[in-house]
Design a protein around this ligand. Structure first.
Ligand SMILES: [Mn+2]
Length: 297
């Protein structure tokens, strides 16, 4: 069925959560890697807190006109109404595949895969990707990890089964970064992203500071982002910042204000302040810089 279709629609549900978003974005990325044209449709407004999910900024509410995919997936949507007005654009001959874990699901699909025992639909998508032989990239792993994290209430609800933890562990091994996901913040409608790496986090992860360098590049891969900042706690009164700019902000000029330097796109500084004070000072400067830079264009 997937082989026979070059265009695919993917629907999530309104009041989007990490499960519907994570599943939709993960499956879309896998299909795109297989050369498909994919549109992810989820009714707005989408919660800002998920803006860091890879692919988030490509989510639409209706498909572009003239596009009539014959294959349509729904993830985590208990009924058609939950997926908003976009469903009116589904071609009348299209095959609808309904993937969900709500026992109350209305079975509106031509093919209904409902697994009430799944802690999150993210686990079902992981199985599907394995079944179809799709690669699980770090960004797919991140989306599916967030699906599981959301629906298990941060691995605290009673649906935190051994299988949920095994899947989470596998996704972490495939590139989802639990510590980073827990601390990631996105502000200014996705233009500014930042994360903290504390000494405690690194101890618990049995990692060394050097291994956290990749985080800044993950931050920097968020679509629509202008400035990414990683704060690293070196000592209780010393914080290192790494800054990446993809917009008009001069990262080197910004870091120079804190005694550092570098290049326009990549710069850093060491600030003789505890983490929280450094975060406060640098974020205020970063927001000013983004405003000033966007004023010039
Ligand atoms: Mn769910």
């Amino acid at each position: 069925m997937i082989d026979a279709n070059q265009e695919v629609l993917i629907f999530g549900h309104k009041d989007a959560d990490g499960d519907t978003l994570g599943c939709s974005l993960a499956f879309a990325e896998a299909l795109r890697a297989a050369g498909k044209h994919v549109w992810v449709l989820i009714p707005p407004p989408l919660p800002d807190m998920y803006e860091f999910l890879p692919g988030f900024n490509e989510v639409k509410d209706v498909p572009p006109s003239g596009v009539e995919p014959q294959l349509v997936f729904f993830f985590d949507s208990g009924n058609l109404e939950r997926s908003g007005s976009g469903v009116r654009h589904i071609a009348s001959q299209a095959t609808i595949v309904n993937i969900d874990h709500h026992p109350s699901n209305s079975r509106f699909g031509d093919l209904n895969v409902i697994e009430p025992e799944a802690s999150a639909v993210g686990q079902m998508v992981l199985e599907m990707l394995d079944h179809f032989g799709f690669d699980i990239t770090p960004s797919i792993a991140t989306n599916l990890y967030v699906a599981l994290l959301t629906d298990t209430g941060g691995f605290r609800h009673e649906n935190t089964t051994p299988k949920a933890l095994e899947d989470a562990s596998r996704l972490a091994r495939l590139g989802a970064d639990p510590g980073w996901i827990a601390t990631m913040r996105v502000e200014m409608q996705g233009r500014l992203a930042w994360a903290k790496v504390t000494r405690r986090m690194l101890r618990e992860a049995e990692a060394v500071m050097a291994e956290s360098e990749g985080i800044i590049d993950t931050l920097n891969s968020i679509a629509g982002l202008e400035l990414a900042i990683l704060f690293k706690e070196v000592q209780s009164d010393l914080t290192k910042i790494s800054v990446r700019s993809r917009g008009a902000v001069d990262a080197a000029a910004m870091c120079a204000l804190f005694g550092g330097g570098g290049h326009i796109r990549a710069a850093g500084a060491e600030i003789a302040k505890p983490m929280d004070e450094a975060v406060k000072a640098v974020l205020a400067t970063a927001k000013e810089a983004i405003h000033a830079a966007s004023g010039q264009t």
